[in-house]
Design a protein around this ligand. Structure first.
Ligand code: KIV
Ligand code: ZN
Length: 385
């Protein structure tokens, strides 16, 4: 597979790593609706499911393969023949199919999950890639728990699977264990020590157990990874996966740190798709979640509100319009200053001179102390009183 070294491939796994979270299960029509939104959002790859895991998951991969035209559809397998046969069957209608196969790479997994040896695991990895390759050109290999794997062994495994035909090599920090500089150094080590690494795309797949999934994914990109695996709202196993919207906005805000790197993501869809995924998966978004949380563009302290109203860039590094919101929110609480109150009253059509504003502000503070959060109707009653 020819890949563009200047493109950051966005691999969305909302419908696989995200959907396996308890309570988040979707019906096939719901998955199709989200997949179509992801296609419009501009992701490069949709991981549609793990076909061998259940008949329902198999059918979803079949239906998504039929429904989506312009995005690679990927199916997950373990490193065994049956999983791969089933995934290939589920992908038979995909216009651009990818099989994502892999096995544990850390000594912990080799010993306690597979009761095996490094040599045997290496053979299974290579055999799985070769078998997947007999069905599809595009084969991604994941070295599970690479975050804790021995580096020379990981490099040996990655070199062997690329030689066997892997076009993408996924280096998962399955347990969200690494620090950003450690994960970045891991990617750099593979760039420097795997002789055929230029024949494959390096992919970052990070979990958020220490709240570092996004930082680790960005460190990977800074060190040569060109695919990031992520989910809408960062949903996923345990504390979740890398959040797609965070990665995209970091690349936008810090463009100069990533010269020439392209992405096809339309960030204006973030708010809508975040809300849809949250409600369909019954997984609320924390209010202070970066980019898509309810408070992500809400200014509440008096000092911030005043500075924001003087010049929005005093307290705004991302324009709300860029993520599909109409405007930033200035929340009226007892911590708000006169400037914020004046702004809201003018928005509702009230023009007050300095003295009128001073009197109204005193009454406003009493009301705000009693009521905590004020809405437009509260302000109208205040003005009528
Ligand atoms: O976290 C992980 O290691 C995974 C693999 C199955 C890709 O999700
Ligand atoms: Zn994962």
């Amino acid at each position: 597979m020819l890949h563009d070294p200047n493109h950051l491939y966005i691999f969305d796994t909302t419908l696989r790593d995200g959907e396996q979270v308890p309570g988040c299960q979707l019906t096939t029509p719901e998955k199709i609706e989200i997949a179509k939104d992801l296609e419009r959002l501009g992701v490069d790859i949709i991981e549609a499911g793990f076909p061998v895991s259940s008949p329902g998951d198999f059918q979803s991969v079949v239906e998504l393969s039929k429904a989506v035209d312009n995005v690679i559809i990927c199916a997950l397998t373990r490193a065994n023949k049956n999983d791969i046969d089933v995934a290939a069957d589920a992908l038979k209608y995909a216009k651009r199919p990818r099989i994502h196969t892999g096995i544990g790479s850390s000594d912990m997994h080799i010993k306690y999950k597979f009761n095996s040896t490094r040599e045997e695991i290496l053979e299974r990895a290579v055999a799985a890639v070769k078998h997947a390759k007999s069905y599809v050109e595009d084969v991604e290999f994941y070295a599970e728990d690479a975050g804790r794997a021995d580096l020379p062994y990981l490099a040996q495994m990655i070199e062997a699977v690329i030689a066997a035909g892997a076009t993408v090599v996924n280096i998962p920090d399955t347990n969200g264990y690494c620090l950003p500089d450690q994960y970045g150094a891991k990617i750099k080590y593979l760039k420097d020590h795997v002789s055929n690494i230029d024949q494959a795309i390096i992919s970052a797949h990070c979990h958020n157990d220490l709240g570092l999934a996004t930082a680790n994914s960005i460190a990977a990109v800074q060190n040569g990874a060109r695919q990031v695996e992520c989910t809408i709202n960062g949903i996923g196993e345990r504390a979740g996966n890398t959040s797609l919207e965070e990665v995209a906005m970091i690349l936008k805000v810090h463009q100069q740190q990533f010269p020439g790197l392209t992405s096809t993501i339309n960030s204006k869809m973030f708010t809508a798709i975040s809300q849809k995924v949250s409600s369909m998966m019954r997984m609320p978004v924390q209010p202070n979640k970066a980019i898509v949380g309810k408070n992500a563009f809400a200014h509440s302290s008096g000092i911030h509100q005043d500075g924001f109203l003087k010049h929005r860039e005093n307290y705004e590094i991302i324009r709300p319009e860029d993520v599909g919101l109409s405007e930033a929110d200035i929340i009226l609480t007892a911590r708000s200053g006169r400037h914020a109150l004046k702004h809201h009253l003018e928005r509702l059509g009230y023009q007050l001179d300095k003295d009128q504003l001073a009197v109204t502000y005193e009454k406003f503070l009493v009301l705000a102390d009693a009521k905590k959060d004020l809405c437009d109707d509260d302000l109208r009653s205040l003005m009528q009183s």
